[in-house]
Write a protein that binds this ligand. Structure first.
Ligand code: NDP
Length: 253
């Protein structure tokens, strides 16, 4: 399917992007800003967030904001404070892209360390739950609210050695479905994206021997990311959509 939206489709929308300093999140933040959104850049490495901020400003897109937050240690109170900051600064929140993620260590399940499991579940699942709980009152006030989660091919089909990461992405899809069902009679649309193999640091960590040139770039997969945040995607709800539906999962040959 071709996902197309108008050039100014996200005008006046305030969109929070987690993991906005690098990889897919960085590109999503820039693409949302390019379509008129005020983006809130959330991540744990301030220098990377500042570089994205500068790039958005240099292009003349709406002035973004930065929220430094490490999701591995963030508490419920941190998320409540975050929402208070967003509400006082912008008065609204129209969309959230839950993008930040941790791969962890790939290993057979019987050797999966408890610490790796806890870290990955904390960042990929619990942080999204706590953040979603905190933002719901504000996003429900939006005329056309959006919550977009990030899954993976191993979030609906288990694969040997992908242990904690795969389990966390199954949980992400479950959270998306539960929330979508609960919000079906509201103005908030809830979906997930499976990016498919994409040229980023995380992908290189998972497949170090792969030629990155064989992979799509974050910019290549942006049409779906834009569509699910834009008025054009209003009718999509409760789905996990592949950004690269024709791609064969696993390492690129
Ligand atoms: P990257 O590793 O390139 O970027 C991940 C981002 O998340 C970084 O900005 C990173 O911050 C941030 N992040 C990680 N941990 C934390 C934390 N504790 N607190 C705050 N921010 C954090 O990954 P991708 O861009 O490849 O992945 C983006 C999403 O897409 C993830 O959810 C991933 O699981 C998913 N995905 C990616 C695929 C791919 O092929 N690339 C395929 C399928 C799914 P920092 O830069 O500071 O480390």
């Amino acid at each position: 399917m071709e996902y197309q939206i108008a050039a100014d489709s996200l005008k006046d929308r305030v969109i929070l992007v987690t993991g906005a300093g690098d990889g897919i999140g960085r590109q999503a933040a820039i693409s949302y800003a390019a379509h008129g959104a005020t983006v809130i850049l959330l991540g744990r490495t301030v220098s990377k967030l500042e570089a994205v901020y500068d790039e958005i400003e240099a292009q003349g897109y709406p002035q973004p904001a930065i929220i430094p937050l490490d999701l591995s240690g963030a508490t419920k109170q941190n998320y409540l404070d975050m929402v208070e900051t967003i509400e006082s600064q912008f008065g609204r929140l129209d969309g959230v892209l839950h993008n930040a993620g941790l791969l962890g260590v790939l290993s057979p399940l019987d050797q999966l360390g408890e610490e790796t499991f806890d870290d990955v579940i904390q960042v990929n699942v619990k942080a999204q739950l706590l953040m979603t709980q905190a933002i719901l009152p504000l996003i429900k006030k939006a005329k056309d609210g959006r919550i977009v989660f990030t899954s993976s091919t191993v979030g609906h089909e288990g694969r040997a050695f992908w242990g904690a990461y795969s389990i966390s992405k199954f949980a992400t899809e479950g959270m998306m479905q539960v929330l979508a069902d609960e919000l079906s009679n509201t103005n908030v649309r809830v979906n997930a994206i499976n990016p498919g193999g994409t040229r980023t640091g995380m992908r290189a960590q998972a497949f170090p021997a792969e030629d990155p040139a064989q992979l799509k770039t974050p910019a290549d997969i942006m049409p779906l990311y834009l569509y699910l945040m834009a008025p054009e995607g209003r009718d999509v709800h409760g789905q996990c959509i592949d950004a690269q539906p024709k791609r064969k999962p696993g390492a690129a040959s």
